[in-house]
Ligand binder design. Structure first.
Ligand SMILES: C[S@@+](CC[C@H](N)C(=O)[O-])C[C@H]1O[C@@H](n2cnc3c(N)ncnc32)[C@H](O)[C@@H]1O
Ligand code: SF4
Ligand code: SF4
Length: 374
């Protein structure tokens, strides 16, 4: 058995929506036939993979989903998550998942109280999404959510988080809009600058405590609140433990879930799906299985990337006093933004150089003091 026990699996590139922000664009609308997916399951079994998270495209659009769920059940592989826009969640689907022994968490994307339909480019999308949260709750399925953060929904963050809490959502990840695919077309959605994103997060954080939010909230890697247990944390600070040794691979491996792209290539994480050149440097699992794809040079270029290598190729980071805590940030964000594998991640750079570590801590203290005052 290998080190990986869960894979995020893009079972289709097709979708019922054409979202204004979709980083996949319109060119990936292909769907592998069921025989390819069934042979992927054989590779999962060979490697010892026990869990999958289904994604797309829109994973629920597949007509043969029942057949796929049965094959996963026969292979003793659980569907631990489904990432969906929510529009196609039905009672029948939930019944089928349950019958096949799955305790699936539905990650239903939600892009803001006032802006969901604009982002989704579909009138009535918000109602469908909220109905999916309700249905999952009624049928006993846990829900989580992902929100794409941009100029339009920044000022509604507080209200949108309250809405998700009302609908029983257990956890929300807020991630800045990536300018790729449809987001580059039509100029509909305006991106925030890194300091605008970080300022908006710092503005929101006190309300997390004042509003007594019980839902887990991740504001990208810069704040994590676990209202249930009263814990909060700054995830970027945790990353540095991976690089005490500058020649050790620096990506937070334990937190990384490989992503099986629609063309059968195994990617080290979902973010690479949006970077064509990096994506195409990865190997297909049909060319020799998962172990071989993980050991291929494309995969290892990312997963074996060390801090020494980064410093060698990036003089600005090499000279920087924050190098050992910041590590130049996320390689994928640098890649998506066009700075290449050795580029710097503008968000991390702004975070460290412009004092946001202390600003986030101050926002937490303010929130806690206000909450204590009632
Ligand atoms: C590609 S979708 C696939 C699953 C499903 N169709 C959905 O929309 O949830 C996966 C996630 O990527 C997010 N996403 C798409 N384009 C994005 C972009 N340009 N920037 C940031 N997140 C994006 C979506 O909002 C969704 O949460
Ligand atoms: S973000 Fe999801 S729902 Fe929207 S077009 Fe892309 S795959 Fe479809
Ligand atoms: S703060 Fe900026 S220059 Fe310094 S290591 Fe991070 S990305 Fe590089």
């Amino acid at each position: 058995m290998g080190n990986v026990d869960v894979v995020q699996w893009m079972i289709t590139g097709n979708c019922n929506y054409h979202c204004s922000h979709c980083y996949l664009g319109e060119d990936n609308r292909t769907e592998p036939d069921i025989s390819r997916l069934l042979s992927d399951i054989e590779y999962f079994k060979d490697y010892g993979i026990k869990k999958v998270v289904l994604t797309g495209g829109e994973p629920l659009i597949r007509k043969d989903l029942g057949q796929l769920l049965r094959a996963l059940f026969d292979a003793d592989i659980k569907v631990t998550g489904i990432i969906t826009n929510g529009a196609l969640v039905t009672k029948e689907l939930l019944g089928m998942l349950r019958d096949f022994g799955n305790e699936t968490t539905f990650s239903i994307s939600y892009d803001g109280d006032e802006t969901h339909d604009i982002v989704r480019n579909f009138k009535g999308a918000k109602e469908k999404t909220l109905a999916a949260f309700d249905l999952c709750r009624e049928e006993g399925f846990e829900t989580a959510s992902d929100m794409t953060f941009y100029k339009g929904n920044a000022e509604n963050l507080r209200e949108s988080i309250k809405t998700l809490q009302e609908y029983g959502c257990s956890s929300l990840k807020v991630s800045p809009l990536i300018m790729a695919g449809n987001a580059l077309k039509g100029n509909q959605l305006k991106m925030l600058t890194p300091s605008e994103v970080l300022d908006a997060f710092c503005e929101y954080i006190p309300f997390y405590f004042v509003d007594n939010i019980k839902m887990k909230v991740f504001l990208s890697a810069y704040f994590y609140g676990d209202g249930q247990n009263g814990i909060w944390d700054i995830p970027v600070e945790r990353f540095k433990m991976y690089v005490d040794d500058c020649d050790k691979a620096m990506c937070a491996k334990e937190e990384t879930v490989p992503f099986l792209y629609v063309d059968d290539r195994l990617l080290p994480c979902a973010g690479i799906a949006g970077v064509k050149e990096a994506r195409e440097s990865m190997q297909k699992i049909s060319e020799g299985g998962i172990e071989k794809a993980i050991k291929s040079s494309g995969y290892m270029n990312f997963m074996g990337y060390t801090l020494s290598e980064h410093a060698r190729f990036n003089p600005e980071c090499k000279e920087c006093g924050y190098l050992k805590t910041c590590m130049g940030g996320c390689r994928i964000i640098a890649g998506i933004e066009g700075f290449g594998l050795h580029g710097k991640d503008r968000y991390f750079c702004t975070y460290f150089k412009e004092g946001y570590l202390n600003k986030v801590k101050a926002a937490v203290q303010l929130g806690k003091s206000l909450a204590a005052l009632g």
